[in-house]
Design a protein around this ligand. Sequence first.
Ligand SMILES: *Cc1c(COP(=O)(O)O)cnc(C)c1O
Length: 514
Amino acid sequence: MTTEQGTDAPEDGPAPIGLSPDEFRALGYRLVDRIAEFLETLPERPVMPEVTPAGVRALLGQGPMPEDGADPATIIDEAASLIIDHNRLTGHPRQWGYIIGSAAPLGALADLLAGAVNPNVVSWPSSPMATEIELQAVRWIADLLGYPADCGGLFTSGGNAANFIGFLAARRARADWDVRAAGIGDARRLRVYVSRETHTWIEKAADLFGLGTDAIRWIETDGALRMDLAALERRIDEDQANGDRPFLVVGTAGTVSTGAVDPLPEMAALCRERGLWFHVDGAYGALAIVAPDTPDALRGLREADSIAIDAHKWLYAPLEGGCALVRDRKTLRDTFSYRPPYYHYPGDLDEALVNFHDYGLQNSRGFRALKVWMILRQLGRKQYARLVARDIGHARELHQRLDEAPDIEAVTQALSITTFRYAPGDLAPATEAVESYLDDLNAALLTRIQRSGEAFLSNAVVGGRFLLRACITNFRTTRDDVRALPEIVTRLGREVDREMRPEALRRAGGEARR
Ligand SMILES: *Cc1c(COP(=O)(O)O)cnc(C)c1O
């Protein structure tokens, strides 16, 4: 063997990237102690620390890649402080913004284990047990949903990626040409039907997978923000009459803004009748099906051709983890499988073994399934259902308490999402000027609440109006946390109102009070 001139012969001995078992133990215990302390103090910390871009960059330092390495213990301490103190704490009991689950601590340990053993869940021969654990976790999720246990499925990075799997399976199954080889020609005109409340993944999917966003038919919603069935059917008829090719209808089981559940059973029936693929985006709300007293329409997801769920939302797993389920596992394989010549699997292995590179977008794959599998085992079905029901109960109580507060209007409540706005009683919310002021007031109030660190909310726009929004997928939330919110909103709302209210409305307010 020849070496390049001037290159030293490789050194022998331990590489600077390795850790001896004793070093690993010491560092690991140190980190675990730090994390335990973090978890213990979580409720007392601000949900959102005060940050500025300049401050965060200064703390991190903006130097170039260091020439020399550093001591792992120092790196661990610094990394822990940096990320604990300067991020929104997604696991905080009063973190109710967007949709993110409070993460189960067991999930963090699962990630440590997965990272240490580092199985590549690309193929069965590569990771026999990890593959079987992932398959079991997928079956358990199907079981929780009441979906066929022999479906195909796999873990993904999140809800977007899980929805992409359903979209691509639909494209493969419903295009009546070889779309994988020929692609999407101009004349193909595949059309997809979604409600106006659908998450932005659909635009990314239509764009990335060659249909273009003009292929999306945005269907109107009813008063409860669910897809309008008559409008859906009308649009499919129109497109068919024009020579377009409807292929996919997407129902949402829990919309991002308000938690609305589309009329899934009726949509499933329509899809069956018309030969269309029915995909359910259940990233937020599909798993609410385990709780009593949730919308009957959720049951319709059992008839879907594919479903997306998100483990880092209502399965309380740490980021990242989504899960895609496809009723017919052969379709899933037909959508994604390519066999490179360098994947030579031993001939005596069972044909039916699953190689996950045949099932999705990724080739090499981490072991995301482990944390979900461990959390599901920790809870069992009964406890899991109880946690989901408790989140929903909290959101309902929140709605009721906000509704009782004199200067707050509670607006929508569905699944574990409650929307509302601060509306001072001396403003009669009738004129457009008042409504428009309330939009500005609540937008400013949202920022004030987020900066306060007392609770974290996000917003929704319903019927053109700006609302505050709490989504509780948080096993750390207590009843006291819920009961604290009306006072926080009222106190900070008054403050912002005093600062912002325009002169004209001040007078109107004065008159209304007299
Ligand atoms: C969160 C969410 C998504 C996107 O999921 P990510 O995990 O953020 O990729 C898609 N659809 C719905 C309904 C969601 O709630």
